[in-house]
Design a protein around this ligand. Structure first.
Ligand code: PLP
Length: 411
């Protein structure tokens, strides 16, 4: 008898996006031909940068020759070009030394953030912010680090740190002990960004608590203020308590190309049951080599092109485009009387629902009165109740049109 992993049964149904699809479908049926504007997606919309396309073409052509043919790529990533470019542009340029052996290239931060928990013991206590990117929680539920979910949607045994208006959507470290904490900045879904002081408090706490921070910086390219930290390693002491993840998905439109990386510093250790300290890098290297066969050469060349002078210019222009959408949304909707957060260093706007309405009520109103589709904040966790996430990915004209419609509809 092949017994199943019963922890999977604790997972709550993937409720959010199917429910959005159901409500949108019902609306379409009742209003055939309705012109909907989708501000709900967390996916890029602009075409790939020409420098990236050219790199893909060149790498593919190279592999079509006897000399240029390549088999399995190195598991950890191409040290001679992509890892070198990451070190130089993402770290050395900001005064952060990272060794090539500490960088692990992968096919996505979703999988990295889901897989990282494997190198930790089954009884590690995890802490997450609420609302949260669901992958951090669900991957730990699957691994058995949580009990059943309560009616409110909290899993037993997981520490939830409410991200609220009061704490600027950047919760401080918990009073109780946690072993592994997931932080995402700039944040999906709230659009909040961690300041240096925020990260200093977290690093200080993690070092004292002997905890590990998993820092998801998938949206670092959207930070507009150069004085804000882009990497947690800009904070003294972070090398001994933090793992960092970055992705080419949002910064360069790679959601369909697939490339990301994780940094596990050599200074970072975990403890055995007998108190021996073991470098986490060794465990992650072992996991990576056992379960992953490397990112395609063509894709690694595409990622390298993001760092070329042309690639940098072109991908920065894409980010600028989305951030101008964010500005139009923020200013337009603030003008229409909404209270909004985020969208200054992130492609997401976190909009307070009017008149204390629930997230889903407001979702329905936006759909009915303005034919605009948002994402109910409550779908990201109980503390997201009372908010709607609006995404700045999308077409400029449509974003402007959405603002106009919402303003005209009045709320
Ligand atoms: C989009 C996103 C990622 C990136 O995932 P990929 O697998 O690299 O495409 C990671 N974390 C968060 C919070 C995201 O929203």
């Amino acid at each position: 008898m092949a017994q199943i992993n019963e922890h999977y049964r604790k997972l709550q149904a993937g409720y959010l996006f199917p429910e959005i699809a159901r409500r949108v479908g019902a609306f379409r049926e009742a209003h055939p031909g309705a012109d909907l504007i989708r501000l709900g997606i967390g996916d890029v919309t602009l075409p790939l940068a020409p420098a990236v396309v050219e790199a893909i073409r060149r790498a593919a052509a190279e592999m079509g020759t006897p000399e240029g043919m390549r088999g399995y790529p190195p598991e950890q990533g191409a040290e001679d070009f992509l890892i070198a470019a990451i070190r130089e542009h993402d770290y050395a340029a900001r005064g952060v030394p990272v060794d090539p052996s500490e960088i692990f290239v992968s096919d996505g931060s979703k999988q990295d953030s889901a897989n990282i928990q494997e190198i930790f013991g089954p009884r590690c206590r995890i802490a997450v912010t609420d609302p949260v990117y669901p992958v951090y929680v669900d991957s730990n539920v699957m691994a058995g680090r949580a009990g059943p979910a309560t009616a409110e949607g909290y899993y037993e045994g997981v520490i939830y740190l409410p991200a609220t208006e009061k704490n600027g959507f950047m919760p401080p470290p918990p009073e109780e002990h946690a072993d592994l904490v997931y932080l995402c900045s700039p944040n999906n879904p709230t659009g909040a960004v961690a300041t240096r002081q925020n990260l200093e408090a977290w690093v200080d706490w993690a070092r004292r608590a002997d905890a590990v921070i998993v820092f998801d910086a998938a949206y670092d390219a959207f930070i507009r203020d150069p004085s804000l930290p882009r990497s947690i390693y800009e904070i003294d002491g972070a090398r001994s308590c933090a793992i960092e993840m970055r992705s080419f998905s949002k910064r360069a439109g790679f959601t369909g190309v697939r490339c990301a990386y994780t940094v596990v510093p050599r200074d970072l250790t975990g403890s055995t049951s007998t108190g021996e300290r073991v470098p986490l890098r060794e465990l992650w290297a072992r996991r990576h080599a056992t379960k992953f066969n490397g990112v395609p050469y063509v894709v690694q060349r595409a990622a390298e092109a993001v760092f070329d002078p042309e690639g940098r210019k072109q991908t920065a222009a894409q980010v600028d485009y989305y951030m101008e959408n964010a500005r139009i949304l923020r200013e337009g909707l603030a003008g229409a009387g909404f209270t909004l957060f985020g969208g200054e260093h992130a492609p997401y706007i976190w909009m307070r629902t009017p008149e204390g309405r629930s997230s889903w009520e407001t979702f329905d109103l936006l759909l009915e009165r303005a034919q605009v589709v948002g994402t109910p904040g409550s779908g990201f966790g109980p503390s997201g109740e009372g908010y709607i996430r609006l995404s700045a990915f999308g077409d400029r004209d449509r974003v402007a049109e959405a603002v106009e419609r919402i303003t005209r509809a009045g709320f």
